[in-house]
Ligand binder design. Structure first.
Ligand code: AGP
Length: 366
């Protein structure tokens, strides 16, 4: 009741705007600049325990699963521990092999999602080491896990999750940093990631400041009935989350593809009526992603490039600019313009932003 709109047209808008402060809360007291690492006391894991982890698996549903995929990439990159993510709704039903050397991370904003809770209970029965990455303190998943990292995003009302999802990947960056620093990650790389995280909230402010430009892009593509979201490696879960946001609140059909998979089938769908949102970070895969845009353009497909690189002039029809951060942290920042794109498209189409049809804020039934 004391969480109100404060002049914002809806909760999604308010929660997008709150992301810089929500992220500052998630980071507060958790970065150790002296030793270039993270302090996550709630994990209740000593360096010895952290070093014994041979694999990390993130489980969650919907956007929490996509955030887990970002987390898995961060853990592999920074700690060089094999990691992956799986939808909790699949995990619970496939009689998973529960491995004692794996750290399981249950990801949930509400802490009440039935599939995620059931997956945690199954893990507990089979002796799996499971921690929570949960926003709602005192929720069922937080209690069942007993240890973990709280997201500190504050209350989230909009069905389409924004600030909680951003804090999920931010917390996973800290988890990956911590796992890396008790292993092979150098002081210099640790320092680079700590500094990158400290600067991230103000980078988000820079993205939000481009709201009008993003709204223009949404208006320009408001007639599209279908859209592709394309990314590779770091950009792939970002594309999945972008497509998810658009589907949820605008009801525009959106599909995410790995950039390299386009040519194996989906590229047949590209024409002038099928815009593609392409995630183009300025990293070692830049040339590959430019190639992907060229392939789409050659088939007449309009392209919205989300990028922090200097792309050849005229390559994309529209560029949504993202400020620079450390390359490993790009996925956290690249999500923000996609939230705004979905928001503005849904607004142009006159949708009920906070209460999209057929959806509930937390899915507490099977
Ligand atoms: C996010 O925009 C969606 N509404 C949905 O995918 C959500 O992330 C999912 O249902 C999981 O919810 P949770 O984080 O509360 O467990």
């Amino acid at each position: 009741a004391d969480y109100q709109l404060d002049g914002h047209p809806d909760y999604m808008r308010k929660e997008i705007a709150e992301q810089p402060e929500a992220m500052r809360r998630a980071l507060m007291g958790r970065l150790d600049e002296r030793f270039s690492t993270a302090r996550l006391g709630g994990l209740r894991l000593e360096p010895r325990d952290l070093r014994s982890i041979r694999r990390v698996k993130f489980i969650g549903c919907g956007s929490a699963y996509y955030a887990g995929q970002i987390g898995a990439n961060l853990v592999e990159e920074l700690a060089r521990i094999p990691a992956d993510a799986e939808p909790a709704s699949e995990f619970r039903y496939r009689n998973p092999v529960v491995d004692p050397d794996t750290l399981y991370v249950a990801v949930s904003q509400s802490g009440e999602t039935a599939d995620t809770l059931a997956a945690v209970q199954e893990l507990a029965r089979k002796g799996g080491r499971v921690i929570g990455a949960v926003n709602a303190v005192g929720s069922a998943i937080a209690r069942e896990c007993g240890s973990g990292v709280f997201l500190h995003a504050g209350p989230e009302v909009s069905v389409a999750s924004t600030k909680a999802v951003t804090n999920m990947s931010t917390c996973f960056a800290m988890l990956a940093l911590l796992l890396g620093r008790v292993r092979d990650l150098s002081v210099a790389d640790g320092r680079r990631i700590v500094a990158g995280l400290v600067a991230l909230p103000s980078r988000i402010e820079e993205v939000i400041a481009q709201d009008e430009h993003i709204a223009d892009a949404a208006r320009r593509f408001s007639a599209a009935r279908h859209m592709f979201f394309v990314g590779r490696v770091r950009g792939w879960p970002v594309a999945r989350e972008g497509a998810q946001k658009l589907k949820e609140i605008s009801y525009v059909h959106a599909e995410a593809y790995q950039a390299g998979e386009l040519k194996h089938g989906p590229i047949a769908l590209i024409d002038g009526d099928m815009p593609s949102v392409v995630i183009v970070p300025d990293d070692e895969l830049l040339a590959k992603n430019i190639g992907t845009i060229e392939q789409i353009k050659a088939r007449g497909g309009p392209v919205i490039a989300v990028t922090n690189a200097d792309l050849p002039a005229g390559l994309a029809d529209i560029e949504l600019r993202v400020p620079r951060t450390e390359p490993e942290l790009d996925p956290i920042l690249f999500g923000i313009p996609l939230q705004l794109l979905a928001y503005h498209l849904a607004t142009v189409l006159g949708r009920d932003i906070d209460k999209p049809r057929n959806l509930a804020k937390s899915v507490t039934v099977e």
